[in-house]
Design a protein around this ligand. Sequence first.
Ligand code: PGA
Ligand code: ZN
Length: 426
Amino acid sequence: VITKVKARQILDSRGIPTVEVDLYTNKAMFRSSVPSGNSTGMYEAVELRDGDKGVYLGNGVAKAVKNINDKISEALIGMDPTLQSQIDHAMIDLDKTEKKGELGANAILAVSIAACKAGAAEKEVPLYKHIADLSGKANPMLPVPAFTVISGGRHAGNNLAIEEIMILPIGASRFEEALRMGSETYHHLKAVITEKFGPHNCNVGEDGGFAPNVSREALDLVKEAIGRAGYDEKIKIALDVAATNFCIGKRYDLDFQSPQKSGQDFKSAEDMMELYRQLCVEYPIVSIEDPFDKEDWEHFKDISSLAICQVVGDDLLMSNAKRIERAITESACNTLLLKVNQVGTVTEVIEVVKQAKEAHWGVVTSHRSGETVDSFIADLSVGLAAGQIKAGAPCRGERLEKYNQLLRIEEELGDQAVYAGEDWRQ
Ligand code: PGA
Ligand code: ZN
């Protein structure tokens, strides 16, 4: 049973406070911490921040920590950690608000994940196996990683409007090979950028992707790196446009990152559509996330109906069950970007993944730009057989911790290990 729950404030990979919790059972102590991102929307679970501008610029999480130490702890002591749904619902009931704004989704999620780890230990099974059991799905699968190799938008200080260019080693036969392919390509890319633009263009963004001061040529750099690494047939490209960040009125300002905004690069949604069409022909792009503003349902529908690539809803969906339902009904996209902290509990995460899968959607388990060393989403992606994971570059500790955990899981599964590969979208 759960004997003690103790939380503290730690810092995430951006140096911004977040919540860490130690949950004790008779067996051991289980630790978890929660990530945080740049994009937050009104439909996602509430990240509780103190708001005292004099302390960590208002970003402290002392209230969330106190909520765990005082209220959540009292409610959970004595509970069986294998009963995930009961634990999560006890916290949801205690919070009483729709978006977990009373206790804070950051408080609730940290405890939910720690309890999940404790539940796995209680059953003496690996975490991914426990998650697979909780979801009622028995076949764990190693996901295809989407490695961020170029960062832009709000994740970097360069002129690139697109937030992420990712590479997907779909043609690998195992996860271990996928990681090797990603790493080799990443290092070739560093050489390509250095040759063309000098080493000062090899600085990295928040999730470890290089942030050269380029715009559309970024895709040529990536294509060249894939070729030099010898993976032309095996590695595909994905984009996270995060277009909400540069949609002004009904127009898209591709120049929004540039200090001397020319005002020349405004595009209509139709222009953007045409751009995506061209890019999908010129480059091996198989997936585009948030191609339009989060409220532009019509153009999301249009691009999805073109079937030129996978269309991922991140800001469009905010991992919110109601928005996912609408997107399914309207065929506005065909893949869920799953940000666990926008949902708030493991139980509800399992539910939204089910919802997406029942609609035959793809599922991308996602990190956030502000991460910790907690590798929970690695086990989650395997246990739910999500098929895809996006956890940043094959570089920097907080990103690698997820990919390295997938290596360990693959090793442990041995002959039983299945890599999603060509079935990344199932
Ligand atoms: P965020 O970005 O974690 O900064 O919100 C991630 C994404 O847009 O996919
Ligand atoms: Zn995104």
